[in-house]
Design a protein around this ligand. Structure first.
Ligand SMILES: [Zn+2]
Length: 323
């Protein structure tokens, strides 16, 4: 605990120095000069999202010690900075997304989140948040956790709005925790994670800018079908890059790369309350010996930059390291 507090003070002190040295600087502009990475999938949650004390990370066994929302956010920011992440799509309950955005507006892209405990925002609220710049992505949409199929009629107004505003859409697809319908989410069904449920949505909304989160794992054949027929669809590799057995993750990514989709896969961490997930997710991709250096750069940055329609100036800034 003592060491944790000392680290926090150091972080606060460095924040104050950075602010006083460079007016207008924010968290995202004080990052490392590593090759830039975009994290298309993480979460702005409260420190007690899964209870306090937080449960240990199922992979590392480490339990986070954050005892406030502020500490949890700073812990996440620190991990992002160490990893060279220059932009991150953060979704979660509105209060937490707004708090993260306020602390680091150039770094954090707000995501309109829905999950088992978070219903969809109203269309009006969503439109207001997009207009205000606090939401840049419609997602993570955890429709599967709500027992909703992606092609449900009640979602039509959301697809209409996203298409009209050219708002990127991020849909949770594929997996959930073992036993999910028995504990947190009685309406959850494995079959609702199938990304092909998005097909009719893509037919009705051909201009929708959409990515499937978790790359639809483990629905490999269906993901291949979707990406083949609909060239506008991208996929993120979040959580599967650190929570799956490494060989299983590699064989999944390899199958997608061999099928010709290396230019549509994007890095995501799905960091929730365990900041170490960010470095672990990066390592999952770095350790894939079948990927060329160029393919890794595409997955870590270039594909997301294209999907997000970053300007040449934004891309240049991202590569400049500390601004
Ligand atoms: Zn998800």
């Amino acid at each position: 605990m003592k060491r944790h507090k000392a680290a926090l003070w150091l972080l606060l002190a460095s924040t104050l120095v950075a602010i006083s040295c460079s007016p207008g600087t924010n968290e995202g502009q004080r990052r490392s000069a590593k090759a830039p990475i975009i994290d298309m999938h993480l979460h702005a949650f409260g420190f007690d999202e899964y209870g306090y004390p937080a449960p240990p990370n199922e992979v590392t066994g480490n339990a986070p010690t954050f005892d406030s929302d502020e500490a949890a956010m700073r812990g996440a920011f620190d991990a992002l900075r160490r990893a060279g992440i220059v932009r991150a799509v953060a979704s979660g309950p509105r209060e937490h997304v707004d708090r993260w955005r306020e602390a680091a507006p150039a770094w954090i892209l707000g995501g309109a989140y829905t999950g088992s405990r978070d219903p969809l925002p109203s269309i009006e609220e969503l439109r207001q948040r997009v207009d205000a710049g606090s939401v840049s992505v419609l997602g993570e949409l955890g429709l599967q956790y709500l027992g909703l199929s992606a092609d449900s009629p009640e979602l039509e107004p959301y697809w209409d709005l996203a298409e009209a505003l050219d708002l990127p859409v991020a849909v949770h697809t594929g997996l959930g925790d073992t036993g999910t319908p028995y504990d947190c989410c009685p309406k959850f069904r494995a079959r609702l994670g199938n990304p092909l449920l998005l097909e009719d949505v893509l037919i009705r909304h051909p201009r929708l800018r959409l990515y499937i989160m978790h790359a639809g794992y483990p629905f490999l054949q269906d993901v291949k079908a979707l990406l083949t027929i609909y060239p506008q669809v991208y996929a993120d590799l979040a959580v599967i890059n650190w929570a799956l057995p490494r060989e299983e993750f590699h064989s999944y990514v390899r199958a997608l790369v061999d099928a010709g989709f290396a230019d549509r896969l994007m890095f995501g961490s799905d960091q929730m309350v365990w900041p170490e997930a960010i470095a672990l997710g990066i390592e999952g991709i770095e350790s894939a010996s079948f990927l060329s250096g160029e393919q890794k750069r595409d997955i870590f940055y270039n594909n997301a930059a294209r999907f997000l329609k970053l300007t040449a100036e934004e891309i240049e800034l991202d590569h400049a390291g500390a601004r």
